[in-house]
Design a protein around this ligand. Structure first.
Ligand code: TXA
Ligand code: MG
Length: 355
């Protein structure tokens, strides 16, 4: 970045006085209308917002994140009617899904209108749209004119932020403002479903699962590359091909039954330590007492997939702060929201799996 920007941080939690909250929202909205950038909390992860209909704002988002410009942004709206301003065809499937899941952690891909610049969609004729389930996010979008392009508010390649402090670490000096809404509720990014083909297809798994979508639409397809990088196909969401969510240390996922996983992790941790590595282990409460390593982070019970999702990115960032050089992680069930957890873990580990 050429010039360092002064970054204001403002709390928008429930204990903030109404006048102060409104004042903060007005400042944030004005920054966006003037072409600036504001990071804000959503129910999934923190977003890095700019005016989705302003070419210059979208360019600034890519620059602030250090993100490749072929990786399209999600447009966030705060009321249903707004979809007609940016989507060319609002299909019956889109209406049904919005009725059931909006506001919420679901992003829909539809044909775009000319109003949405190619700078926002990474050159595609389609646009990703989502209405977040978060009061602060919705108020911010409204104050900012109704259309906020927002990727996750991390530097490209780092885990998505689940706390305002993560955004402060990555974005200070790069954006005008950070809205601090405390810890997010879900912890992994929204489910992305493509509605532009013959059949609705999940491009990125999230809190809204395949089963939940099938209950509304009948049957849906899932991009095969989500849990497997050997399909010979490319991921359909441009962003999914990048080695996202990567901690600084080399990461390995260990699969197998409990006893084998424990002994394998302990053996590898011991060998790595002998080679001068600083070893981190990511595991469930069920086995953490039996692991020996420099740093052990538990993601919670292996039966509580929502809790694992909520803690995952924070733990990956903690390993970075602790200067861990190698990470061994237990592998989890890929059922339900577990599919989102395993997708992010596999990508963090660059699909290094030890069976
Ligand atoms: O939960 C979320 O979705 C968060 C919060 C901030 O809302 N946002 C988020 O944005 O995760 P981002 O930019 O980190 O991820 C957007 C993903 C990328 O993988 C991108 O390739 C895909 O959405 N995407 C966006 N527009 C698309 C399009 N038109 N077609 C296919 N994939 C698209
Ligand atoms: Mg992201």
């Amino acid at each position: 970045m050429e010039t360092e920007i002064t970054t204001i941080v403002k709390r928008i939690q429930e204990d903030v006085l109404p006048e102060e909250y409104s004042e903060t929202m007005k400042i944030a909205g004005d920054i966006i209308k003037n072409g600036g950038l504001v990071a804000f909390p959503t129910e999934t992860v923190y977003g890095l917002g700019g005016d989705a209909l302003n070419v210059e704002s979208s360019k600034k988002i890519y620059a602030a994140k250090g993100r490749p410009s072929d990786n399209p942004l999600i447009v966030h709206i705060c009321k249903w009617e707004s979809i007609y301003d940016i989507a060319e065809e609002v299909t019956d499937e889109a209406k049904l899904l919005a009725d059931t899941f909006w506001p919420g952690p679901l992003t829909m891909i539809l044909k775009k209108k000319d109003s949405v610049p190619y700078e926002t969609t990474g050159g595609l004729d389609t646009v990703a749209i989502r209405m977040p389930d978060h009061k602060g996010a919705l108020d911010f979008i409204e104050n900012a004119g109704g259309f906020i392009a927002a990727p996750s508010a991390n530097l490209s390649g780092r885990p998505s932020p689940t706390l305002a402090s993560h955004v402060v670490d990555d974005m200070t000096g790069r954006i005008e403002m950070i809205l601090d809404g405390g810890q997010v509720g879900i912890g992994v990014e929204s489910t992305i479903v493509d509605l532009t083909g013959d059949k609705a297809t999940i491009l990125r798994p999230g809190f809204v699962t395949e089963e939940m979508l099938e209950r509304v639409l009948g049957s849906v397809d899932t991009d095969k590359t989500i849990l497997d990088n050997n399909t010979g196909e490319r991921p359909k969401a441009p962003g999914m091909k990048y080695r996202h969510y990567a901690p600084k240390g080399n990461m390995y996922l260990i699969e197998g039954d409990e006893e084998n996983v424990i002994s394998r992790i302990n053996k590898m941790a011991e060998e790595s330590a002998k080679n001068g590595e600083k070893v981190g282990v990511l595991c469930s409460d069920e086995i953490s007492d039996r692991i020996n390593a420099d740093i052990i982070h538990s993601v919670g019970s292996r039966n509580d997939d929502a809790e694992i999702a909520r803690r995952l990115y924070r733990i990956l960032r903690d390993f970075d702060d602790e200067d861990v050089t190698v990470i061994y992680s237990e592998s989890f069930s890929s059922k339900g929201i577990g599919m989102a957890v395993m997708n992010r873990l596999l990508k963090a580990a660059g699909f290094n799996i030890i069976k």
